[in-house]
Write a protein that binds this ligand. Sequence first.
Ligand SMILES: C[S@@+](CC[C@H](N)C(=O)[O-])C[C@H]1O[C@@H](n2cnc3c(N)ncnc32)[C@H](O)[C@@H]1O
Length: 252
Amino acid sequence: MGRRFQKQMAYITGVLRRRAPHLIGHLRTARKAAAPPDFYPSDIPALDPRRREDVFCPYTQEKAYLRGTYDYLRALALVPKHAVIAGYVNRLASRRVLDMGCGTAELLAHLALGVAYTGIDLSPAAIGAAKARYGDRPNTRFIAGDFSCAPMPSLTFDCIVWSGVGWTWTRAGGRGSDVNDLNRVVDRAGGHLEPGGHFIFEAIPGWWETLERAFYADYVLITSCDLHCHQCRETPRRDIRVLRRRAPGEAR
Ligand SMILES: C[S@@+](CC[C@H](N)C(=O)[O-])C[C@H]1O[C@@H](n2cnc3c(N)ncnc32)[C@H](O)[C@@H]1O
């Protein structure tokens, strides 16, 4: 039956091609128009809504990694975000990067080898995975700890990256914002950033309006870009801001 149908279709197509070639074009257009309306990227891991809650609280970050809730960080969809951040690091000629809330250090897949890198993350599982992949990279160190209070090496950096950390780390967690927490962390990060150094900040939209207050006093906004990384349906957009720390005494 199938072969007979195919033969008949081949015959009809042949006749059409010879006698009414313009109809073939219409047929192709009709087939394209019939494509499913929800032709969405397949590289988006489905998130179990119960597990998804884990990413919103500082105390459940480790659980989120162990249960695979953060697997999406390695999705192809997030390549543009890391590539753009690494592109900024490259153009700004930064040599010493601190990655706050580095997760599994996906940024390292894009950073030039000559750039010294320090990644700090709350989750020992994430740091373990980062070490397994990049432990041999020159000038690379990882710290498992809380960036708001962990003892940090007395190093200064010329670039700090804050990528995708959002509010998960604040006391309020995913249930709201605590700008005082953010001020504290920006101050702490600033203590490790040399004057004139850069802060590259990436978050989903809607937060920057609040967050910019934490940076306004000590930083100049240099450039920004908004990307659509289709890592999930609800919030595909990622906003990236590049700030420069003012030199002491530099006018606002
Ligand atoms: C969405 S992941 C982003 C990971 C990575 N920056 C990226 O863009 O792929 C957020 C990360 O922030 C880390 N994090 C949250 N609160 C933290 C804290 N107080 N100190 C250090 N890391 C923290 C989490 O453990 C998690 O790995």
